[in-house]
Design a protein around this ligand. Structure first.
Ligand code: CP
Length: 311
């Protein structure tokens, strides 16, 4: 592949190859000296048109640990504010010959569009409610390491599915790897295209969580609710917030995940989030660096093997 735009275009064996390489980078990142030269001589530009803590920091660290020249565009201070379009901004940066462009954008499809206009490899760091491929890959690596496999697991994805690119990428990835997926949440927060996903849908947390191996919680993404129905946080926590009582319905060794940023006391109880016997939230962050190293390494290998490939 020239780009990493979504999980949709990846085959199961390609997902496995990427996760295997990421496992090696987990080992590298735990050493005293965390350095490789897989991206030496290459230039990586990070363009985040939407806020980020984890994705931005981990892509930056990943590039630096692999020896790339990494530049973070401060989009708030860029000429986007003067009316320049996304494509003109991208073409301007493209003229500076980057090799890897990491892009987050509030509009679904914006990153795919941009990838058609530039010569370098583009990695989607989250576009609207469409896809967040590296998040799904880091979640997959976390699950595989915790459970020893990434197939035939019962996985619950809970909360605001409708507005979540994380849920969408995870549903696609975990489905490709032949897991049983349950979506749990209020009907108002379920996507309309749900029948296309091949998943089970529950309105009730206790029923939905029964005997699952993995519980994946999601934030209420109010920034994407466009004036539609927004549930009250208290009522939402009561019905859908993950607490000890609700978690007791899952398997005894079920792991608890959250992509972050977390809203404690809204979708998850703070004590559950911090319980190192159940929560793998910090491991997810650690896997995020390794997965992004693996993704950029594989794209760079492709760039080097096919230097004249057209977009
Ligand atoms: N999970 C995730 O994408 O977090 P950030 O928005 O902080 O990057």
């Amino acid at each position: 592949h020239k780009h990493l735009l979504g999980i949709e275009s990846l085959r199961p064996d390609e997902i496995t190859t990427l996760l295997d390489l990421a496992d090696q980078y987990v080992d590298l990142n735990r050493r005293d000296v965390k350095h490789s030269d897989a991206l030496a001589g290459l230039t990586q530009i990070n363009m985040f048109f939407e806020n980020s803590t984890r994705t931005q920091a981990s892509f930056e660290l990943a590039g630096k640990r692999l020896g790339a020249d990494v530049m973070n565009m401060a989009m708030q201070a860029s000429s986007i504010k003067k009316g320049e379009t996304l494509i003109d901004t991208a073409m301007t940066l493209n003229a500076m010959h980057p090799d890897l462009l990491v892009v987050r954008h509030p509009h679904s499809g914006a990153v795919d569009l941009l990838a058609q206009k530039v010569n370098c490899a583009v990695l989607n760091a989250g576009d609207g409610r469409h896809e967040h491929p590296t998040q799904a890959l880091l979640d997959a690596l976390t699950i595989r390491r915790a459970k020893g496999r990434l197939h035939r697991l019962n996985i619950a994805i809970c909360g605001d599915i409708a507005h979540s690119r994380v849920a969408r990428s995870n549903i696609i990835l975990l489905g490709k790897m032949e897991n049983r997926i349950r979506l749990i949440g209020p009907p108002t927060l379920m996507p309309s295209e749900i029948s296309a996903f091949g998943v089970e849908v529950y309105e009730d947390m206790e029923q939905g969580l029964k005997d699952v191996d993995v519980v994946m919680m999601l934030r209420l993404q109010k920034e994407r609710m466009d004036g539609g129905f927004i549930p009250s946080e208290r009522e939402y926590y009561h019905r859908y917030g993950l607490d000890a009582d609700k978690l007791a319905h899952a398997k005894d060794d079920a792991i608890v995940m959250h992509p972050g940023p977390m809203n404690r006391g809204v979708e998850i109880d703070g004590e559950i989030a911090d319980d190192i016997n159940r929560s793998v939230i910090q491991e997810q962050v650690e896997m995020g660096v390794a997965v992004r190293m693996a993704a950029m390494d594989l794209l760079a290998q492709n760039l080097r093997a096919n230097p004249t490939v057209e977009v």
